[in-house]
Design a binder for this molecule. Structure first.
Ligand code: GLU
Length: 377
């Protein structure tokens, strides 16, 4: 089994994405598989090295180590899409040659006009009208010398169906899919194309991701087939909502893993809380460590319903994990707070034994490591 987490480095790791990373990691660890980390940075304008660094740091803090990926290497690299240009170019050339892809010379104005016309005639979701679909290959080649063009994938299947690991049988009529752009006029691959080329090249067997990608899946399956590769098993996990039932967003306060780390939450509590967003333990137990989670995790126990993220639940779990820590680890988890408030002097190891014992005695009254100074007062 080979699974992957494929974040776009356009910001911090948020609760929803961290849950996706965790489910993939748990699936790999449960099945003795390989967890691959791939950075999807084809959007050069929005991707930053700083975001990539922040995501790697968040994953490390959560304890989600990767077997292949940036800083680690592996036999299927490189693991940043920005470094894989030749792989996409080769796959695109193959599809063009096979006739599975064609050059599209439509201008932005033409595409806009087609879209307007379709909307006016009552289409719910406009799709590519097909102007360049039938251009003779020789003519297309000639025009390519002087006109900018994108590459589109030719969708011919009447429908695409697959068995989703969470949602069961899913089917999309081909007419709804439209011919997606796979390479933009500037030569960069689109998400739907790069993700398939990479998952195939990296021999990914299972893809667990957010439900927002469900409608991309039929396009991706068709591209797999055209490339002669077997699609992986897909599982689309329902969205994470805030306590008010609306999609989790900044309005709900802290939503990034870094925010919670800053506030003094333990990584063990964070992964525990993330795991319960859609998954449940067969025995109904809620307080679980990473090892226990990996031992018990299966996709069969991931529900279809949207889950709710509540930071009060996270705090409750945090209190449990603090209480279960051996004294030295508890002290390590609270050291920053104790030093910042002057309860411990940095470098004064003589006080450690006393501080660890005091903390353990009061752990039952603490919810966060930031409660440590007050608890030991
Ligand atoms: N880079 C995509 C995202 O962050 C990955 C989606 C996928 O897993 O295919 O949404």
């Amino acid at each position: 089994m080979r699974v992957r987490f494929a974040p776009s480095p356009t910001g911090h790791l948020h609760v929803g994405n961290a849950r996706t990373a965790l489910f993939n990691w748990l699936l790999a660890r449960h099945g003795g598989g390989t967890f691959v980390l791939r950075i999807e940075d084809t959007d050069a304008e929005r991707s930053t090295g700083a975001s990539e660094e922040a995501i790697l740091e968040d994953l490390r803090w959560l304890g989600l180590d990767w077997d292949e990926g940036p800083c680690r290497g592996g036999g299927h690299g490189p693991y940043r899409q920005s470094e894989r240009g030749p792989v996409y170019a080769q796959a695109a050339a193959r599809l063009l040659e096979q006739g599975a892809a064609y050059r599209c010379f439509c201008t932005r104005q033409e595409l806009e006009a087609d879209k307007e016309a379709q909307l006016l005639s009552g289409a719910a979701a406009p799709r590519y009208a097909g102007r360049c679909r039938q251009i003779d290959p020789a003519v297309s080649q000639r025009r390519a010398a002087s006109e900018p063009f994108a590459l589109r994938f030719r969708v011919t299947a009447p429908s695409v169906a697959f068995d989703d690991g969470v949602r069961g049988r899913v089917e999309f009529p081909g007419a709804q899919i439209g011919d997606p752009v796979i390479v933009r006029a500037d030569g960069t691959p689109t998400y739907n194309f790069a993700v398939v080329v990479d998952d195939a090249a990296m021999a990914i067997t299972h893809v667990v991701r957010g439900e927002d990608h469900l409608s991309n899946t039929p396009r991706q399956i068709l591209i797999y087939r055209a490339l002669g590769a077997a699609p992986p098993a897909f599982a689309h996990v329902a969205l994470v909502l805030g306590p008010d039932g609306k999609p989790l967003s900044k309005r709900h306060g802290a939503t990034s893993v870094a925010d919670f780390r800053e506030r003094g939450f333990l990584p063990a509590a964070m992964v525990n809380c993330l795991a319960l967003l859609g998954w449940s333990h067969p025995d109904g137990r809620e307080v679980l460590g990473l090892e226990e989670l990996a031992g018990a995790f299966t996709l069969q126990r991931v529900g279809r319903a949207a889950s709710m993220f509540d930071s009060r639940k996270l705090a409750w779990l945090n209190a449990h994990h603090l209480r279960a820590m051996p004294p030295e680890r508890l002290l390590a988890a609270c050291r920053r707070e104790l030093e910042q408030t002057g309860y411990l002097v940095p470098g004064d190891a003589a006080a450690d034994g006393w501080a660890a014992r005091a903390l353990s005695a009061f752990a039952g009254q603490m919810e966060l490591s930031s409660d440590a100074p007050a608890a030991t007062r």
